[in-house]
Design a protein around this ligand. Structure first.
Ligand SMILES: O=C(O)CCC(=O)C(=O)O
Ligand SMILES: [Fe+2]
Length: 202
């Protein structure tokens, strides 16, 4: 089991990150914000603003849908709506609260909308690159209120003691960016925000 916490309860979130490497935030963002984010993502998708995500970095960057099949847009893109700005602000407040307790040195947040078409996946990976330890905490927010357990698309997170599958319905999960995880294919479109608390490049 991954501990659950309210986004305001930074002590509980940090205890869970320290003890288990992960914490669920089932009510973050609230239902109205979730709806607004979902509508913003669908609007952007319909406007053709999402682009297929690449894997690797620098000269190793490549489009490989068999490894990673989502399409994304950064929330700080000028085309993103007011809901995206509000989400980034609440995530930054969470970053400050976590940083104060765990001394992670995370200076900023970054986040992108993601849409996985039916059948798309993201193979097992870490969000923290081998040659770059900028990302310290990952936060994934799900925008699929109507999701059924049988729709697939779980986030499979490798915790000490074994893998845990998270159903991508609503709410968020925060976890240490060094943990391995993967997105399993779903039978329908899967919408989310992937966000990171990171060290500023120096
Ligand atoms: O959508 C998810 O559940 C996880 C996405 C992910 O691992 C990533 O974008 O790095
Ligand atoms: Fe990831």
């Amino acid at each position: 089991m991954i501990p659950h916490a309210a986004v305001e309860d930074a002590d509980a979130i940090c205890d869970a990150l320290r003890d288990r490497g992960a914490c669920r935030l089932p009510a973050f963002p609230d239902a109205a914000a979730t709806q607004a984010l979902r509508e913003d993502l669908v609007r952007l998708r319909d406007a053709g603003a999402l682009a297929p995500a690449a894997v690797g970095r620098g000269t190793g960057r490549d489009l490989r849908a068999e490894i990673r099949g989502d399409a994304t847009l950064w929330l700080d893109d000028p085309r993103a709506g007011a809901a995206a700005a509000a989400y980034l602000a609440s995530l930054d407040a969470l970053r400050i609260a976590i940083n104060r307790r765990l001394f992670l040195g995370a200076d900023e947040v970054e986040a992108h909308y993601a849409e996985y078409p039916a059948g798309a996946r993201y193979a097992r990976h870490r969000d923290r690159f081998r040659d770059d330890d900028a990302r310290v905490v990952s936060c994934v927010t799900y925008l699929n209120p109507e999701w059924r357990d049988t729709d697939g698309g779980a986030l499979r997170l490798a915790l000490e003691g074994g893998d845990i599958d998270i159903v991508p319905r609503t709410g968020s999960i925060v976890f240490l960016s060094e943990l391995e995880h993967e997105v399993l294919p779903a039978t329908r479109e899967r919408r989310s925000i992937a966000a990171w608390m990171r060290r500023r490049p120096r």
